[in-house]
Design a protein. Structure first.
Length: 145
């Protein structure tokens, strides 16, 4: 059931549609379903990067009896981050918007760590630093993770 709900049909490389939203007890689409489908649509336009976070707005209720189109806009494809904006449209009305950056933060963290002095790399790996921290060494400026 979940795979069917998240399976989107490609209209073109930046537009996707859903097949059906049949639920027996509701006339409106569950918001989490719209969000999950929008995230799937955005993810299909990005290669080898998982989603980092997302910011979404539910603008109006979607109806279960008509398909939803997801329009993905490529905002940026950089060296470490890809950003996407998604609009969910049903019967010509905007029902949902979302922005999501995609990044491979573990790979980027390893690159940042590899550019540091050896003693600092050992300390960061030993402490398993995954958040921003300030570390100073005698006679040097602050180094941010």
């Amino acid at each position: 059931m979940l795979e069917q709900l998240l399976d989107l049909e490609a209209i073109d490389s930046q537009r996707f549609t859903t097949r059906n939203h049949q639920e027996s007890f509701r006339k409106t689409i569950f918001g989490g379903q719209v969000l999950a489908q929008a995230l799937m649509a955005a993810g299909r336009t990005v290669r080898n990067r998982p989603v980092h976070s997302l910011h979404a707005y539910f603008l109006r209720a979607g109806q279960v009896d008509s398909p939803v189109e997801y329009w993905v806009e490529n905002l940026r494809d950089g060296n470490s981050v890809s950003s996407r904006a998604v609009r969910a449209v049903q019967e010509g009305e905007l029902i949902f918007t979302m922005q999501a950056p995609f990044t491979n933060w573990r790979r980027d963290l390893n690159i940042k760590l590899s550019r540091r002095p050896t003693w600092l790399r050992r300390r960061a790996c030993a402490n398993n630093i995954l958040t921003s921290t300030a570390i100073t060494s005698p006679g040097s400026s602050v180094i941010l993770a």
